[in-house]
Design a protein around this ligand. Structure first.
Ligand SMILES: Cc1cc2nc3c(=O)[nH]c(=O)nc-3n(C[C@H](O)[C@H](O)[C@H](O)COP(=O)(O)O)c2cc1C
Length: 360
């Protein structure tokens, strides 16, 4: 039976921003920058996904300081000079009717590696790397050198770097800001007892381990306008005994909501290597469902959602408010246009492509 209004193409309003549909481009590192600068790769890559009809396009993990990069090739927003090219990109995304979003990130102990297609290995200073920082001096891979344990000055610098980067993100024209607190990067490292063995007020209890993320969120809120959406990406579980888990994620989501966070983007894993993750279709959807229902906050589902019908079902079952797609949108940037046809939603195509629009 034909459906007139699929959920996937219902607009979503958060604060002053209306997303034309529920499809977002999940943040994906491109490892294609020099000194943190965006270039035409980013314009074309993100721009194509906007042309393809995604309601939200989130930039890759964007480093808040040089040492916050995963690789020397990461995108950054730690200096004002980064703004100009990014501004060109946000303007283009808006022209296509997509909301431009940015993910702000600090790689923590997973910093200073080569990019995946050159091996993804730890880089020494002679190889162009730097000393990674972390809550505790425990490396991600046993064979890597231990990261530097952040002292209170270092922690204050992280908070201030997120604040300054958020100011620039606003000046650049981004309309959604996502704090990256997932995948074993710095903020997640503070959350998990497996990587955080501090004995000060940032380690130990749930409250202490959550402190840095909450302080970063407050610092971002000082400069990120109240009328614009703020998201936080978390790893809902470490998939490891003794690690961060779903119950703590719900508790954290409630606290983040109180701080003014609008949506929790529910991913998982990445904190420790060699864990067994049951990677199957929609395997992370139970996390977005749990956080949405138990913390009473908007949530995004991500992970192996690859068909319009799967995305639609997640929304129909109220398991999430927004669907983020990663690899499917790398394979097919026109997924949203095609999904609309498959679900029989009549959406606006770019004028330039109108002659290719399927007619019913
Ligand atoms: C090339 C690539 C780069 C990624 N970079 C990031 C990133 O910068 N930040 C992030 O939070 N997740 C990153 N991810 C994870 C994706 O955002 C997404 O959560 C994951 O790929 C699962 O969704 P999918 O099955 O739709 O691809 C990356 C994934 C890929 C494939």
């Amino acid at each position: 039976m034909s459906k007139t209004s699929p959920r996937l193409f219902e607009p979503l309003k958060i604060k002053s921003i209306e997303f034309k549909n529920r499809i977002g481009v999940s943040p994906m590192c491109m490892y294609s920058s020099k000194d943190g600068f965006a270039n035409n790769w980013h314009l074309v890559h993100l721009g194509t996904r906007a042309t393809g009809g995604a309601g939200l396009v989130i930039s890759e993990a964007t480093a808040v300081s040089p040492e916050a990069r995963i690789t020397p090739d990461d995108l950054g927003i730690w200096k004002d000079e980064h703004i100009e090219k990014l501004k060109e990109i946000t303007a283009f995304l808006e022209d296509q009717g997509s909301v431009p979003g940015i993910q702000l990130a600090h790689a923590g102990r997973k910093a200073s590696t080569s990019n995946p297609w050159t091996g993804g290995k730890y880089l020494t200073e002679e190889e162009g790397g730097w000393e990674p920082v972390a809550p505790s001096a425990i490396p991600f891979f046993e064979e890597n050198p231990a990261p530097l344990e952040l002292d209170s000055t270092g922690i204050q610098k992280v908070i201030s770097d997120f604040r300054e980067a958020s100011k620039r993100a606003f000046l650049t024209g981004f309309k959604v800001l996502e704090i990256h607190a997932a995948h074993g990067y710095l903020l997640h490292e503070f959350l998990s007892p497996l990587s955080n063995q501090r004995e000060d007020s940032y380690g130990g209890s749930f409250e202490n381990r959550s402190r840095l993320l909450l302080e970063v969120t407050r610092a971002v809120k000082e400069v990120w306008p109240n009328h614009l959406p703020l998201f936080v990406r978390i790893s809902a579980t470490d998939w490891a005994a003794g690690g961060w888990n779903e119950e703590e994620s719900v508790k954290l989501a409630k606290l983040l909501k109180l701080e003014g966070v609008d949506l929790i983007d529910c991913s998982s894993g990445g904190l420790v290597p060699n864990v067994s993750i049951p990677v199957t279709k929609k395997y992370q959807v139970p996390f977005s469902e749990k956080i949405k229902s138990e913390a009473g906050v908007l949530s995004a589902a991500v992970g192996l959602i690859t068909t319009p019908q799967e995305a639609e079902e997640v929304l129909e079952k109220e398991q999430a408010d927004l669907i983020l797609l990663g690899r499917e949108l790398l394979r097919n940037p026109y997924f949203p246009l095609e999904a609309a046809a498959a679900l029989e939603a009549d959406i606006k195509w770019p004028n330039q492509y109108l002659r290719a629009k399927p007619r019913n």
